[in-house]
Design a protein around this ligand. Structure first.
Ligand code: AMP
Ligand code: MG
Length: 351
């Protein structure tokens, strides 16, 4: 797509969002335009969720398949009740505990939600973000805002306004720049329409934390990403698409620490001998290779999550051919991190 607009980036303070900027942004939303704004997970590309023509622009600009539904962002419970036909008791418990925050509930939709927003499904995904810019924008526009991540489909999600500009410059009128996002990976999506709720996408809130509130929840196996090709029925259409991929070829190496490290070093040597520019992403500081090659992922799971997509995008800026990533533990938010890495990876190696 050609450049259609001049894309303005307006800096806005997350703690106390400037009224004038919020007014300008909400006017665009109310007139059927789309804009990018920060949430606590990643940057969103927002439109009036109830306006089919505004929502269609999101799909067009991202190049998003039309059967991959959008999450609707709201700022109050009154709006939730207009979007869904039913709120089961367990959904209410999750809302009480985690909203505003990075959990998205899939519920039966009401008539006012257009099919284009839900990718043709009779269910709708809704969440209340906890970023003040997002909340101020939703409140000021007085509308529920449908917003997927503000990247070209298939690319790593944006966690800064610059990432959004890198993908969407000239395609949207406005990016609200609220700095780096707090969590860095997307929300947990949970289907509340089943007799036992099912996590469709792991994310910012872990399965353990949700189970502490409502008891047993299921997982669909494909969210780790490996059996993506084998699964025939996708409860969450987003699962079947390739995702989070930088231009560089991502190789994921999993296994016991020492074995994984030697495999990584061996791979790096081989690829470099073939003339490839290699970067290694690892949460371990003790890899014995030239330090400029290493992208340290961070110590805590929270830091790893926060920097994950920025690290993948940085490799592209550095013209890296191959990113070798050392897998991390599948616990808490590590599960969501590994889900993103498995989807980003072209090669998955177990040692
Ligand atoms: P994104 O907005 O790109 O971060 O992705 C939103 C995720 O939520 C995708 O994986 C969608 O497939 C999923 N999703 C959205 N709405 C629904 C729904 N009604 N039922 C199941 N999954 C949904
Ligand atoms: Mg996305």
């Amino acid at each position: 797509m050609k450049k259609k607009f001049r894309t303005d980036i307006l800096k806005i303070n997350e703690k106390r969002p400037n009224h004038v900027i919020i007014s300008k942004a909400s006017k665009l939303i109310c007139s059927g335009e789309i804009i990018a704004f920060p949430t606590e997970t990643v940057y969103g590309l927002g439109a009036n969720a109830l306006d089919p023509s505004a929502v269609s622009k999101i799909f067009e600009i991202k190049g998003r398949p039309s059967d991959n539904p959008l999450i609707i962002h709201i700022a109050d419970m009154k709006t939730l009740r207009t979007l869904v036909s039913q709120i089961p008791p367990r959904a209410n418990r999750i809302i009480k505990k985690f909203w505003p925050g990075p959990v998205t509930l899939v519920l039966k939709k009401s008539k006012i939600v257009p099919k284009i927003t839900t990718g043709g499904l009779s269910t709708v995904a809704v969440r209340m973000p906890r970023n003040n810019v997002a909340l101020a924008l939703i409140r000021k526009s007085g509308l529920p805002i449908a917003a997927p991540s503000a990247n070209i489909s298939g690319r790593p999600s944006p966690t800064t306004a610059t990432h959004v500009k890198d993908d969407l410059d000239g395609k949207i009128k406005l990016i609200l720049d609220g700095g780096s996002t707090e969590i860095g990976i997307e929300s947990t999506v949970i289907d509340m329409t089943q007799s036992t709720p099912m996590i469709l996408r792991p994310g910012g809130i872990s399965k353990e934390s949700i189970e502490n509130e409502i008891g047993k929840v299921l997982f669909q196996n494909s969210h780790i990403g490996i059996d993506r090709k084998k699964i025939k029925i996708y409860r969450s259409p987003g699962m079947k698409y390739r995702h989070y991929s930088p231009k560089a070829h991502v190789m994921l190496v999993e296994g016991p620490e020492n074995d994984a490290k030697s495999k990584i070093m061996q791979l790096a040597e081989k690829l470099e001998a073939e003339g490839k520019k290699v970067s290694i992403m690892s949460a371990s500081k003790s890899l014995k290779v030239n330090s400029e090659k290493i992208q340290y992922m961070g110590r805590s799971l929270e830091t790893i999550a926060r920097n994950l997509f920025a690290n993948l995008r940085q490799a592209d800026k550095n013209n890296i051919d191959v990113i070798i990533v050392q897998g991390i533990q599948y616990n808490k938010i590590g599960f969501a991190i590994m889900n993103r890495l498995k989807k980003a990876a072209i090669t998955n190696i177990r040692v």
